[in-house]
Structure formats: C-alpha cells, structure tokens
Design a protein around this ligand. Structure first.
Ligand SMILES: Cc1cc2nc3c(=O)[nH]c(=O)nc-3n(C[C@H](O)[C@H](O)[C@H](O)COP(=O)(O)O)c2cc1C
Length: 141
C-alpha cells in the first residue's frame, strides 16, 4: 500500500546478494502471476514471500499467488515470510501456515515490521537475507 513491505524486500535481497547468491525480486504490481510462479518453480530452493496485513489477512494478490504455488506442489524448497503491518499483523503468521501446508522448509519465524521500517528494522531484513542465503548454500552442499 505504501511500499513498506517493498523496502523490506529490497534489504532482504541485498542480504542474499551479499553472500553471492542469485536473487530475483518480483513485485506483484509489476510482474504477471505466471512469471512469478515460473521463477518460483525454477528457483534452486527458495520461496520468500512478503505481504502487508490487510483486514487481518494477507494481501489479495499474494493470496492468489500462494494458491497457484500450492497447486504446483513445490518440493525441496526453503521458505520465509515478511511484511509490514499496523496493529494486528496477521500476514506473516498466515504465510507461515501456508508454507507448512505446502510442506516447505520454513527457516525463520518471519519478519514483521510495524508501519515504515526504520534503520534497525532494515538491518534485520538484511540479516534475514544473509540467513536465507547461508541456509540455501548449506542445503545445496
Ligand atoms: C484498508 C487497510 C486495512 C488494514 N488492515 C490492517 C489489519 O487488519 N491489521 C494490521 O496490522 N494492519 C492493517 N493495515 C495497516 C497496514 O498493514 C500497514 O499500513 C502497513 O505498513 C502497510 O504496508 P505496505 O506499505 O507494505 O503496504 C491496514 C491498512 C489499510 C489501508
């Protein structure tokens, strides 16, 4: 809605890249669902999904994409969720539940930031990116 989740995504991306792991940031406003799903299925072993909380739920376009990903039964992938929220912040919890239903390997409780991320929050996003990259490297060894 106001790009707070996008700001988080960019720092997670930077953290992943800092460990020389290829990452593709895909914005649901700009990328077609089919392109996102193709990238998810071709990715080495990773699904990272961010969503703000909207009316105690995940964003509708993220719900749409998660439904399609689930239908394709991705295997052997790690997952992590993140998102900005205002007061109740259910989105990350809902995403984690969906990951588990898909039997993905959820490597982190997920990162929630209230409203606009500050410098400390952005550092945590970067660190999550590093964790994702390191887990991925270990998995592929
Ligand atoms: C219509 C609307 C409904 C919202 N509903 C919730 C909600 O149920 N729970 C919550 O924690 N935040 C809610 N929020 C607040 C947003 O999650 C918060 O502003 C967040 O920072 C937006 O992130 P974004 O800039 O990445 O979209 C709502 C915001 C709007 C505009």
């Amino acid at each position: 809605m106001w790009d707070s989740t996008t700001k988080m995504a960019k720092l997670i991306t930077n953290g992943i890249e800092s460990k020389d792991v290829n990452v593709r940031l895909m914005n649901t406003r700009k990328c077609h669902r089919s392109d996102i799903i193709t990238q998810v299925m071709e990715a080495g072993a990773i699904v990272v999904v961010g969503s703000p909380t909207l009316n105690n739920n995940i964003f509708p376009v993220i719900y749409d994409i998660m439904t399609y990903i689930k239908g394709l039964r991705p295997k052997n992938k790690i997952a992590a969720a993140f998102g900005s929220y205002g007061w109740s912040g259910e989105a990350v919890k809902i995403l984690n539940k969906k990951f588990l239903e898909m039997k993905l390997d959820v490597i982190d409780d997920g990162l929630r930031v209230q409203y606009v991320p500050n410098e400390n929050d952005l550092n945590k996003c970067f660190d999550l990116g590093v964790k994702i990259a390191e887990t991925l490297k270990e998995k592929l060894l």
